[in-house]
Design a protein around this ligand. Structure first.
Ligand SMILES: *Cc1c(COP(=O)(O)O)cnc(C)c1O
Length: 389
């Protein structure tokens, strides 16, 4: 074998069957092959297990799927290249022309785009309501046969809590699927509710490090397996190396989530009585209008703390620029703390009435609490509040 050939066929190193890697290797390969043509054909006919092409499946991404399904308490999971990738592929796979979706103003902005603009182009209609309007949901479901209800809880950025029991009951009664974007609450929450499909951004709490993107859809076996061909063909595949980084992040998921929630509670309690602050939005505060519902539905209340500064836009600008430890950046759930100014959260696609429902005011600031020492975060927020006044 000449050397240019050899570099393309390097010596094989195989572990003895009784010798195991403690951390699963990254299968950074697009292609897999079987020993014989007959086995290849049997695989292609679905008669034997295995892997063939990473766009369809890969052992590293499959390990992540199996773990996420178990964390969320469902049978099956498919991962995708980003959270929005998982959402758009799920909605494309679940709907067809003429279907109707019930969705909410208090929904992640790109999800609204997917439902209103993208699916709208293919003849999927929608009704957009307030997440607090369960009676409106019942009316919409009674008026139009509905394929699915898409919702989040806590909502972004003002942490409204969806009444999951009520929503799932009215949707089930009307024969509509429920799809919940559970990114804010995490994989260990809400699994006990009668929710058909969970979608998650893995970019946030799963990785934790803010250095990799991914998304997942999780649900019952038949339903999720029914999406697999569409997912593979739409092609927003998660790279195995990204899956490995997310698997690594998940090892510290519970300790990170708990520590960051504890810091979020402390920051919320610091903000609540402050003279510069009109109102704090954090489900863990007894003053949150849905605190009792949050307590009934959640074990931890998340790491997003939003609040309204009395001084409006100008106070918001002073506050975010005075912070030293919080980066002025999108996203959440990573180890570093982040902040959003009101100008960065306005839903430009919303009507004035929908803007009111979204509850984002001129003074609304969103904090995403990281893993820094909570004393340092408290000190930083205090000095920025002083600067905002
Ligand atoms: C970030 C986020 C998404 C999108 O995830 P990406 O990985 O950034 O594509 C979807 N839903 C919610 C609630 C999010 O916070």
């Amino acid at each position: 074998m000449k050397k240019p050939t050899r570099v393309n066929h390097p010596p094989a190193v195989e572990l003895p069957p009784d010798n195991h890697a403690l951390v699963a290797p990254i299968y950074q390969t697009v292609k897999f092959h079987f020993d014989t043509l007959e086995d290849t054909e049997r695989y292609l006919r679905g008669e034997r297990p295995g892997f063939f092409y990473t766009r369809a499946s890969n052992p590293t991404t499959r390990q992540l799927e199996l773990l996420l399904a178990e964390l969320q308490g469902r049978e099956e999971c498919l991962v995708a290249a980003s959270g929005v990738g998982a959402i758009s592929q799920t909605l494309l796979a679940l709907t067809k022309q003429g279907d109707h979706i019930v969705c909410f103003v208090e929904t992640y902005n790109p999800t609204r785009y997917v439902i209103r603009r993208l699916l709208g182009r293919f003849g999927v209609t929608h009704t957009m309501l307030s997440i607090e309007d369960i009676a409106g949901v019942e009316r919409a479901l009674a008026a139009v046969p509905t394929r699915l209800v898409f919702f989040e809880s806590p909502t972004n950025p003002v942490t409204k809590i969806a009444d999951i029991g009520a929503l799932t009951r009215v949707a089930r009664a009307a024969g509509a699927l429920t799809v919940m974007d559970n990114t804010f609450a995490g994989f260990h929450q809400h699994g006990e509710y009668d929710i058909d499909v969970f979608v998650h951004s893995l970019t946030k709490y799963a990785s934790g490090a803010g250095d990799v993107m991914g998304g997942a859809v999780i649900g019952g076996g038949d339903l999720i397996r029914g999406l697999r061909t569409d997912f593979g063909t739409l092609g927003g595949t998660l790279d195995p190396h990204a899956a490995f980084l997310i698997l690594r992040g998940l090892k510290t998921y519970f300790v990170r989530y708990q520590a960051q929630c504890a810091s979020a509670q402390r920051i919320a309690e610091l903000l609540a009585p402050h003279p510069a602050v009109a109102r704090v939005h954090y489900p863990g505060l007894a003053t949150h209008p849905q605190h009792a519902l949050a307590r009934a539905q959640m074990r931890e209340f998340g790491t997003i703390v939003s609040f309204d500064l009395k001084g409006g836009l100008q106070a918001g600008a002073h506050f975010v620029e005075a912070l030293r430890l919080f980066a002025l950046a999108a996203s959440l759930g990573s180890t570093e703390s982040l902040v959003l100014a009101p100008q960065m959260m306005r839903g430009r696609d919303l009507t004035p009435d929908q803007q009111r429902i979204s509850a984002i005011t001129d003074g609304t600031v969103r904090l995403s609490i990281g893993l820094e020492d909570p004393d340092d975060l408290v000190e930083d927020v205090n000095q920025a509040l002083a600067a905002a006044q």
